[in-house]
Design a protein around this ligand. Structure first.
Ligand code: NAP
Length: 466
C-alpha cells in the first residue's frame, strides 16, 4: 500500500514557479493547511516578488510593503526560495516532474500587447512594460534606452500602468529622489526634456480602466498641470445613460474626477499632462531622423451590443506631434514549453487553477496555475490572494483523491543538490535578506528609501562580499 501523502513522514512536495504575489499566496495557503506540505519556489530572476519589485511604481512605496507578508511566508521552515533558477533552462520541466508531487505556475504575463498599427515599431515607440521594467531596475531591461530628450510623449491606454508611466514622466527630480526608482532611470529622468504628456483613451471617461486613487494622484503632481479637453470629459449619451442606471458610486466619482480636471486652469507648472478620450492611434509617422514624430489619431464614438460599450472610428482624424510613444494597452502571458497555452487569451487553460488539456478539457494531474497566467493581466495585488486560495484549495483536494504526479525522487536534499549543480549562482531567501539589507543601507547613504542592485553581476558581487 502506498504511504499516505501529506504527512510528516511523506510531505506533499510542491514546486511553485514564479515568486510574485500569485506564487506567494499559493504557498501561504498550502503552508497554512493541515496537510504537511513543503514548498520550493523558483524564480528566473535573482530577487523575489515579481511585479511588486519590477512592476509597482517606485513612488508607490506603501503598496510594496506587502513584501512583509511574503517575508513571513518565506520564514516557514517548509519553504525554500531558489532565485536565479530558470525552469526550462537550468531545470527542465521533466526534472520537476521527477522531484515534486505538484507544480504550480505563477509566471505572470511577461510580455505586452500590441496596438497593431502601422509605424508601431519605429524608433522611439516602445512598450510601456519595458519602460516600467527599466525604471524599476529589472536586470533584463537596464540597458534599454528611452530618448528623454523628447518633449512630447504619448502614452496609449488609460489603465493603471499608463497612469504610472505618465506620473513617473511628470515627477520632479526631488519627488523621484523619494522613490526607489533605479539609479540609471533617476539620472535619465533628471535630465528629461519632456514637457507635454498625453494619455490616450479609446473610449470615454466612464470606461477609463484606471482606479480613482490613481486618477486623483494625477491632479496632485507638483511638476505638471493636468488638462482634459472639456468636450472629451463630457459623457456621450450612451455613457450618460449607463451611469444613470448604475448604482456604482466609484464610477460616478471617476467621472467627477475627470470632469474636475477639465475645469482646472493651468498653474504654470513646467509640464502639462493631458488626458484625451474617444481617440485611437491609427498610424505613427517618422520624422527626418527616422524616429516617431507624429501620431495620427482617429476620433471615436461609442457603440453598444448590449454587453460591452466599444469604440468605433468616425473617420475624423487629427495629427498629434509626439516624439516618444509608450503603448500601455495591457500585458500578455507567455507560452511555457510542455504546458498547454491559449494563444488568443495569453493564458494557460485551466479550471479553477487546475491546468486542463485543451483537447479533452480534462485536468492534467499535478499541474496548476495562479495569477495572471491563470486569469489574464487584471486586478490588483490583493486579487491574487483569492486567486491563490482557489488554486491551493484545488491542489489540496487533489491530494485527498491522490490525483498527483508520481515523482521518482521527491527528496529535498536531492533537489537542492541538483539545483546547486545546475545553477551555482542561485540566490536563496537568506541571500535575498542580505541583499535587501544592503539595498536599504545604500539608500540610507543616498538619502533615498532604497538603492536597488540592477544586474546579476552586481548581485553576485554584493553577495560574495557581504
Ligand atoms: P488595463 O487596466 O487592462 O488597461 C489597458 C488600457 O489599454 C485600457 O485603457 C484599454 O482600453 C487600453 N487599450 C487596450 N487595447 C487598446 C488599443 N488597441 N488601443 C488603445 N487602447 C487600448 O491594463 P494595465 O494598465 O496594463 O494594468 C494591468 C493590471 O494591473 C490592471 O488590473 C491594473 O489595475 C493593475 N495595476 C494596478 C496598479 C495599482 O493598483 N496602482 C498599478 C498598475 C497596474 P479599453 O478599456 O477600451 O480596452
Amino acid at each position: 500500500m502506498k504511504p499516505e501523502l501529506g504527512t510528516e513522514e511523506h510531505p506533499l512536495r510542491v514546486a511553485v514557479v514564479g515568486s510574485g504575489p500569485a506564487g506567494f499566496y499559493v504557498a501561504e495557503h498550502l503552508l497554512k493547511s493541515d496537510v504537511h506540505v513543503e514548498v520550493d519556489m523558483f524564480d528566473r530572476l535573482p530577487t523575489p516578488f515579481g511585479l511588486v519589485r519590477f512592476g509597482v511604481a517606485p513612488d508607490h512605496l506603501k503598496i510594496k510593503s506587502v513584501t512583509r507578508v511574503f517575508d513571513r511566508i518565506a520564514k516557514n521552515p517548509a519553504f525554500r526560495f531558489y532565485g536565479n533558477v530558470e525552469i526550462g533552462n537550468d531545470i527542465r520541466l521533466d526534472d520537476l516532474r521527477d522531484l515534486y508531487h505538484q507544480i504550480c505556475f505563477a509566471t505572470g504575463a511577461q510580455t505586452d500587447r500590441q496596438m497593431g498599427i502601422p509605424g508601431e515599431d519605429l524608433p522611439r515607440s516602445h512598450a510601456a512594460t519595458e519602460f516600467v521594467a527599466w525604471y524599476n531596475g529589472h536586470p533584463d531591461y537596464r540597458d534599454c534606452e528611452f530618448d528623454l530628450s523628447a518633449e512630447r510623449v504619448a502614452v496609449v491606454g488609460v489603465g493603471n500602468v499608463a497612469v504610472d508611466v505618465a506620473r513617473i514622466l511628470c515627477r520632479t527630480p526631488e519627488e523621484l529622489l523619494e522613490t526607489d526608482i533605479a539609479e540609471h532611470a533617476l539620472e535619465a529622468l533628471k535630465n528629461s526634456r519632456v514637457r507635454e504628456v498625453y494619455m490616450l483613451g479609446r473610449r470615454g471617461p466612464l470606461q477609463a480602466a484606471f482606479t480613482n486613487p490613481e486618477a486623483r494622484e494625477l491632479g496632485e503632481l507638483k511638476g505638471a498641470d493636468i488638462h482634459v479637453p472639456a468636450e472629451e470629459a463630457r459623457l456621450d449619451p450612451l455613457s450618460a445613460a449607463e451611469l444613470d442606471a448604475s448604482e456604482d458610486d466609484t464610477l460616478r466619482k471617476k467621472v467627477e474626477i475627470i470632469q474636475d480636471f477639465a475645469e482646472r486652469e493651468p498653474e504654470g507648472k513646467p509640464r502639462r499632462l493631458t488626458l484625451r478620450f474617444l481617440v485611437s492611434p491609427i498610424e505613427l509617422f517618422a520624422g527626418e531622423d527616422g524616429g516617431v514624430r507624429t501620431m495620427r489619431i482617429e476620433k471615436n464614438e461609442l457603440v453598444s451590443d448590449g454587453e460591452r460599450t466599444s469604440p468605433r472610428g468616425t473617420g475624423r482624424t487629427e495629427d498629434l506631434p509626439v516624439d516618444l510613444v509608450f503603448r500601455s494597452v495591457g500585458y500578455r502571458g507567455v507560452h511555457i514549453d510542455g504546458i498547454p497555452f491559449h494563444e488568443r487569451w495569453g493564458v494557460i487553460p485551466n479550471e479553477a487553477g487546475r491546468v486542463t488539456d485543451p483537447d479533452t478539457a480534462k485536468p492534467l494531474p499535478g499541474m496548476y496555475v495562479s495569477g495572471w497566467i491563470k486569469r489574464g493581466p487584471s486586478g490588483v495585488i490583493g486579487t491574487n490572494k483569492k486567486d491563490g486560495t482557489e488554486t491551493a484549495t484545488a491542489m489540496l483536494e487533489d491530494v485527498a483523491t491522490s490525483s498527483v504526479l508520481a515523482p521518482t525522487s521527491p527528496d529535498p536534499a536531492a533537489i537542492d543538490t541538483l539545483v546547486r549543480a545546475r545553477q551555482p549562482s542561485l540566490v536563496t531567501y537568506e541571500d535575498w535578506t542580505r541583499l535587501d539589507a544592503l539595498e536599504l543601507a545604500r539608500g540610507e547613504v543616498a538619502g533615498r528609501p532604497r538603492v536597488k542592485f540592477t544586474s546579476r553581476v552586481e548581485i553576485r558581487e554584493a553577495l560574495a562580499e557581504a
